[in-house]
Design a protein around this ligand. Structure first.
Ligand code: EPU
Length: 417
């Protein structure tokens, strides 16, 4: 069993380098399957979900070489379209294999996904999109089975703003005959990053980053070199840790525009934020003030940052509220924060947190990825020793988190029992 042991109460000082974005990487990696040549991907994060994706690509017939943050992937020998492995089942982003394999080979059998238990997470909008393009889709024997003679461009209006379906249907439509228009599309930076990657390979995708994406299908995608965007969620987590613990931290290799909703809230809470071209400095030297947050699709406050934000709210002066509008079950971490002396309650999608002067160390359990990040921040802010268990959730999305916090002056170690 692995855990983090944290002796909290230390100010954070220094510089932290942000890695490539998990949620962009898990969309771009399956996109490589559509290429007729070798792809070189740079700035790929060293996280469990990427390692799982590498195994999946190898299982399908790709040759993958890793050199630090660079992956060289040769998809020219792909010989199967069934992905039914433990790695597929271990994460959410593996559902992008459906769009990529269906788009390139006209068929895909992909085991149903795992990922964080934060809500029901249906895939009806993905299926609606694939069917609009002319595919038949069935869920049988624990897998999504899809096929199509020829995918044909179509007009798809999503009923909800969904990152997953926008990406998946974009992948499938990239090599379909004719034009596809995706309306009410998600605008997240990783949607734009995938479109940029596909366009670099020769796709014709316009409008990514707005709510209408137009895709003119192309016959072939060629190999390319592409660098994954910085992870806005990892960056936000370090921004919140710096604000909560106090100190001065430079968050480097970021796109400040992607972090505006976080910067705005931290300024409202009393932290100082200074933006540069590709970095942000967070300074905090007094107790933060409470604030209210509602999670929304981009450019609103991201649901993935909600949990780390609640950790900081536990010690902010006054009453904070959180309205979680994306997922119905993303407050499980509040019970763990309460074990550390927080005063947090929730009912349905609304949480109320009364700030206490300080948290006390305790033994707590990460129930999912961002819950784990919230508990690490809480442990760093708390008086005394915190033990965070089930940290394999954290390893899915945060590269070398304990080393990065240690370099900022935190007292945190990984223990394997
Ligand atoms: N939804 C539907 N039907 C669908 C698809 C989604 O009703 O067919 C609903 C969901 O239930 C949810 C909302 O639409 O209420 C948004 O879901 P979305 O599709 O945007 O989320 P996702 O693709 O399942 C991705 C990220 C999540 C992140 C969300 C929102 C990946 C692999 N996952 O999930 O990341 O929270 O977008 O931004 O990209 C994380 O990194 O910790 C994480 C959970």
């Amino acid at each position: 069993m692995k855990k983090f042991v944290i002796n909290g109460g230390k100010r954070l000082q220094g510089r932290v380098e942000i890695n490539g974005a998990k949620n962009a990487a898990v969309a771009i990696l399956p996109g490589v399957l559509m290429s007729s040549g070798v792809c070189v991907l740079e700035n790929v994060p060293d996280i469990a979900d990427v390692n799982s994706y590498i195994k999946i690509l190898e299982h399908l017939g790709c040759q993958v070489q890793r050199d630090g943050k660079t992956l060289t992937i040769d998809p020219t020998q792909v010989h199967r379209t069934d992905a039914r492995t433990e790695e597929v089942r271990s994460m959410r982003g593996s559902y992008y294999l459906i769009g990529a394999l269906l788009g390139r080979f006209g068929q895909a059998t992909v085991d149903l996904q795992g990922g964080c238990p934060i809500g029901e997470r249906p895939i009806d909008q993905h299926i609606k999109g694939f069917e609009s393009l002319g595919a038949t889709v069935a869920i049988e024997d624990g897998a999504t089975i899809s096929s199509a003679e020829h995918l044909k461009g179509a007009h798809v209006f999503f009923d909800v703003v969904t990152v997953g379906a926008t990406i998946n249907v974009m992948l499938a439509a990239t090599m379909a005959d004719g034009q596809t228009i995706l309306e009410n599309a998600a605008r997240e930076p990783h949607v734009v990053d995938l479109a940029n990657f596909l366009n670099t390979m020769g796709a014709d995708i316009k409008g990514a980053g707005t709510d209408v994406i137009r895709i003119n299908g192309v016959r072939e995608l060629k190999g390319c070199t592409y660098s994954v965007i910085p992870d806005q969620i990892e960056a936000s987590t370090y921004m919140l840790a710096a604000a909560g613990c106090g100190g001065e931290v430079e968050i480097a290799n970021v796109i400040p525009k992607h972090l505006e909703s976080i910067s705005a809230k931290l300024i409202e809470m009393g932290a100082q934020i200074e933006e540069f071209d590709d970095s942000i400095v967070v300074r905090s030297d007094k107790r933060l003030k409470a604030c209210n947050v509602k999670t929304l699709p981009y450019p609103g406050f991201p649901t993935d940052v909600q949990q780390p934000m609640t950790a900081v709210m536990t010690i902010a002066q006054g009453k904070s509220t959180v309205n979680e509008s994306i997922y119905e079950n993303r407050f499980m971490h509040l019970d763990e924060l309460n074990k550390m002396g927080a005063l947090a309650v929730f009912s349905d999608r609304i949480a109320t947190i009364i700030g206490v002067p300080s948290l006390q160390g305790a033994k707590v359990r990460a129930t999912d990825l961002r819950a784990g990040a919230a508990l690490v921040i809480a442990g760093l802010m708390a008086q005394g020793t915190t033990e965070v268990y089930d940290i394999e959730h954290i390893d899915r999305g945060y590269p070398h988190i304990e080393e990065k916090f240690k370099a900022l002056g935190a007292d945190i170690i990984r223990v394997e029992e």
